[in-house]
Ligand binder design. Structure first.
Ligand code: AMP
Length: 507
């Protein structure tokens, strides 16, 4: 049996050749038939460029239908898709190419020169471009290539994708996701959320992250639904699309922004059957306000790069605000003591662990990290603090790691601190997440200077600009004489969060 996820998609796509797969904001469309054809050509292009089954294909491009067709092409010919955040700087890309050793790097047309340089330094043999208009050298190669009509034979634990997730130690880790991981999760989400080929999903998420790529696109491909593709969150475009849409997947920021607009009403959303939220906590107030305004109870779910989706509020039944629902079919969860790793009594807070066909194979070339987080019995230590209530609903109450989630994107403090600490005149720094009305959390730096140093907030921000993606850069920088520490020498970030807790209140 061929466990290639593309085989399942191809079956559904072939049955709907004339139906719309994807429409962009500027009116470009692909039917399922056209998507099959173009992805076969792209798979042919990959093969002709020397990409072999098991090879990584690193991709840093702006959102477009062709980027999704490239993902499909990669699956089809047995490559390993490796999407990279569009905000990553040249330094960051250098690390990923060096670590993943892709056979091909696909970049934006405007970045070709810089990309070639990075590829040269990291030994990546090939660079091609992909634009947002069906343009780029990869599309040219696809139109000249003969189509790859077969579907490469894959075992269920062969890699389909690698998604990098920053580590708290500062080094990013590549989560290895298998065909089985993605197939099982997309099948259970399709069923849990009742997706059919009558659905039209309003898609405003980025496609380099598990949410916008796997949750959204795989569910659509599994069900034969269609995608309405927006380049990014755009309030006017979403409001305009709502009467023709049936579903939307969002991060909490989407909902808080929609709520600020008077045009969001029950009439506007009358055709919609489902709004989902994830990637960061949705506040109970937002959930309630949205329900009062539109009549829709946002369905909140919980997952992560390493595990795909783990839990979901029910489609039928109570969607409880402030909870992430119950484990998806086939997924097991347990709440454990962080030191002993023993299960804690029901209702108590501990570290959430998950096990199931959705849980990744391990971190790329990091066997030790994998052993630390993926236990011998198959449970993965999520690092999230949670409790399970008497009805079986999971509540995420915090993060063990000091992860900051700003606008739905993860920012690992250590990575930002390391760059700040290199600035002349800086002794040390602590980066924390502080409640922010728009972003959920605002990245905030607290810095200790050497005596007599005259570094300003603007200096710190300016020196980070070339090194870190925009979303990782602090919104504010504060200076203190010393950082609060416990007797073990650990910085007490909760004290800093308390101290600076309301700085964005009126932002
Ligand atoms: P990522 O790997 O980027 O998907 O980030 C995963 C992390 O996002 C999880 O470990 C959680 O800390 C957080 N997360 C995802 N969904 C939710 C949610 N619904 N509520 C609270 N935190 C969430």
């Amino acid at each position: 049996m061929n466990h290639n996820l593309f085989a399942t998609f191809a079956e559904r796509m072939s049955a709907r050749r004339d139906r719309n797969f994807i429409t962009t904001l500027d009116g470009r469309t692909y039917s399922y038939g056209q998507a099959l054809e173009t992805s076969a050509r792209l798979a042919g292009a990959l093969t002709s460029l020397g990409v072999k089954p098991g090879d990584r294909v690193a991709v840093q491009v702006d959102k477009s239908p062709e980027a999704i067709l490239l993902y499909l092409a990669c699956l089809r010919m047995g490559g390993v898709y490796l999407p990279l955040n569009t905000g990553y700087t040249a330094d960051e890309i250098g690390y990923f190419l060096g670590d993943a050793e892709p056979a091909l790097f696909v970049c934006r047309p405007a970045s070709l020169q810089a990309a070639r340089e990075i590829a040269g330094n990291t030994g990546c043999p090939n660079v091609e471009t992909l634009g947002t208009d069906g343009d780029g050298s990869l599309m040219d190669a696809a139109s000249n290539a003969s189509a790859f009509d077969g579907i490469e034979q894959r075992a269920d634990d062969d890699l389909a994708a690698i998604l990098y997730t920053s580590g708290t130690t500062g080094r990013s880790k590549g989560a290895m996701l298998t065909h089985r991981n993605l197939a099982s999760n997309s099948a259970s989400l399709t069923e849990a959320w009742r997706f059919t080929d009558q659905d039209r999903l309003i898609h405003a998420l980025p496609i380099f992250h598990t949410h916008g790529l796997f949750v959204a696109c795989n569910v659509v491909l599994m069900s034969g639904a269609s995608l309405y593709f927006l380049p990014r969150f755009d309030l006017d475009a979403i409001i305009e699309a709502m009467p023709q849409g049936t579903t939307m997947m969002g991060v909490p920021t989407f909902y808080t922004r929609l709520l600020q607009d008077k045009r969001l009403t029950a009439e506007l959303t009358a055709n919609m059957r489902l709004f989902t939220s994830g990637s960061a906590p949705l506040t109970a107030e937002t959930h309630q306000e949205f329900q009062q305004r539109t009549g829709h109870a946002i369905l909140e779910r919980y997952g992560m790069t390493e595990t795909n989706m783990n839990t979901s509020n029910p489609y039928d039944g109570d969607r409880i605000a402030g909870t992430v629902g119950m484990p998806l079919p086939g997924v097991e969860v347990r709440v454990t003591n962080r030191e002993t790793l023993e299960e804690v009594p029901q209702g108590e807070i501990g570290i959430l662990q998950v096990r199931g066909p959705n849980v990744f194979k391990g971190y790329w070339r990091m066997p030790e990290k994998t052993r630390e987080e993926l236990l011998p019995d198959g449970f993965f230590i999520t690092g999230d603090l949670a409790l399970i209530d008497e009805r079986g609903y999971v509540h995420i109450v915090g993060r063990d790691k000091d992860l900051v989630i700003s606008g739905g994107f993860n920012v690992y403090p250590k990575e930002v601190e390391q760059v700040i600490d290199e600035i002349d005149g800086v002794v040390e720094s602590a980066v924390i997440g502080v409640p922010h009305p728009d972003f959920g959390e605002g990245v905030t730096a607290v810095v200790v200077l050497q005596q007599g140093a005259s570094v300003t907030e603007a200096d710190v921000l300016a020196s980070l600009a070339g090194h870190l993606a925009k979303y990782k850069q602090p919104k504010r920088v504060f200076f203190v004489d010393s950082l609060p520490r416990n007797t073990m020498g650990k910085v007490q970030k909760n004290q800093l969060r308390d101290k600076f807790g309301d700085i964005y209140k009126d932002a």
